[in-house]
Unconditional design. Structure first.
Length: 189
């Protein structure tokens, strides 16, 4: 078992796994070929009206996952997100619930991978906020950040961000070759 102490390498493992989960969910799902997952350098949180935040926490750091999207401004107008959800005459609350569930599924998959590296991780419930709240992430001790865009054709309709928050002096220790843990099983003593 090799003990690693490199936050950049740890964050790279998080982003590689996140990208894999996004591709599996959007590109290889039931609508294969319709959506593309792209790495994005653009930082424009004002482009989206809403964001779903899910926080993954250990005792010493936080990973904050954001699923950014926009709603149509006019009644009757559709957005790519509404079309993607495959629901007719989608009500706002249903769209919010659907989007929170997507964020939860993606983060749950990433957590199942990361629990092998850092066993003491907790996952929050998804919280939906106004898109402008993403600006407040800059107030946290951010060490690393990654952004992905999900597009249909040339139109980007979702942004997925990952932010590693930890004090500058913190170095994350994790087990590189940890044995695969079984989750969801009970052990009796």
């Amino acid at each position: 078992m090799k003990l690693e102490k490199n936050n950049g390498a740890f964050f790279d493992k998080v982003t590689v796994n996140a990208e894999k989960q996004l591709i599996e969910f959007f590109e290889n799902g039931s609508d294969a070929g319709k959506y593309q997952v792209l790495k994005s350098r653009e930082e424009n949180p004002d482009r989206y009206t809403h964001v779903v935040f899910v926080t993954m926490s250990s005792l010493s750091f936080r990973l904050i996952f954001g699923l950014h999207f926009r709603l149509a401004e006019k009644k009757g107008a559709s957005t790519a997100l509404e079309l993607w959800s495959k629901l007719d005459e989608l009500r706002k609350e249903e769209l919010f619930d659907f989007t929170k569930e997507v964020a939860n599924v993606l983060c749950g998959s990433i957590k199942r991978y990361l629990v092998n590296l850092v066993p003491s991780l907790g996952l929050s419930t998804p919280n939906i906020l106004q898109g402008s709240c993403a600006h407040y992430l800059k107030l946290l001790p951010v060490q690393h950040e990654a952004r992905f865009a999900v597009a249909s054709g040339k139109e980007e309709f979702l942004r997925y961000t990952i932010t590693l928050c930890a004090p500058d002096e913190l170095v994350i220790s994790y087990c590189e070759n940890a044995e695969q843990q079984q989750s969801g099983t009970l052990e009796f003593f």
